[in-house]
Design a protein around this ligand. Structure first.
Ligand code: CDP
Ligand code: CDP
Length: 202
């Protein structure tokens, strides 16, 4: 039997951290769907056509630190507005969700569009300043030397574009559990998410 956990929310809310920990705890597979859009965005920055890039994406394209830069994040959120690009990525995500050993998918539209009948839906959020500080610490920890104001502007621009687009906008599914991590440590957020998934498993 498949068991699907959908984790959505804005940039740097802690989706990936929670998803990885939940997947490890329950022995589920994890797909960071943001990487699909980042990989398409990275190809477009190199001159590719967005739809063709989405249609020809390969697992190898989802690998690499170059996908983690703010430039690629912005390019990702621009290609993510395109309904045809999104449609080209649906089948891969749904196949992943249906695997028999359980799956955690994190992104923006997992609970609303990709897996509307997921067994558990979490909407992870936090105040924009907190999210920007976390992303700043993460990127500068890798030696990027970014300024807080620039990271905050990047996060807010993507939040706006992601929330206002016509196709699969960022919003909580009606049956999602909201998890505000603004004043939680990563460990506390993980513990809460595991409790929620455990309760749903029965
Ligand atoms: O996947 P998403 O962009 O939503 O966020 P992430 O990459 O999981 O988290 C961004 C950073 O925030 C990571 O370095 C986490 O360790 C940190 N963090 C967190 O995820 N949750 C907290 N409650 C506190 C910090
Ligand atoms: O890690 P972070 O939350 O900063 O970003 P991400 O999850 O890697 O996603 C990068 C961009 O891809 C987002 O800003 C969205 O525009 C897009 N995306 C999307 O539209 N739908 C998804 N399911 C996942 C990401």
């Amino acid at each position: 039997m498949s068991f699907t956990v959908a984790i959505d929310g804005p940039a740097a809310a802690g989706k990936g951290t929670i998803s990885k920990a939940v997947a490890a705890h329950f022995g589920f597979a994890h797909l960071d769907t943001g990487l699909l859009y980042r990989a398409v965005g990275a190809k477009v920055l190199h001159g590719a056509d967005p739809l063709e890039a989405a249609q020809t994406l390969e697992p190898i394209d989802l690998d690499g630190e170059h996908l983690r830069t703010p430039e690629v994040a912005q390019a990702a959120s621009k290609v993510a507005v395109d309904a045809d690009v999104r449609a080209a990525l649906v089948a891969f995500q749904r196949q992943f969700a249906a695997r028999g050993d359980g799956a955690v998918l994190d992104g923006r539209d997992i609970g609303t569009v990709i897996c509307p009948s997921a067994d558990v839906k979490l909407f992870v959020t936090a105040r924009a300043e907190k999210r920007a500080q976390r992303r700043l610490d993460e990127l500068n920890g890798k030696g990027m030397g970014l300024a807080f104001a620039d990271v905050l502007a990047d996060v807010e621009a993507r939040d706006k574009r992601d929330s206002e687009r016509a196709t699969a906008p960022l919003k909580p599914a009606e049956d999602a559990v909201l998890l505000d991590t603004s004043d939680l440590t990563a460990e506390q957020a993980i513990a809460r998410a595991i409790e929620i998934v455990q309760a749903a498993r029965g």
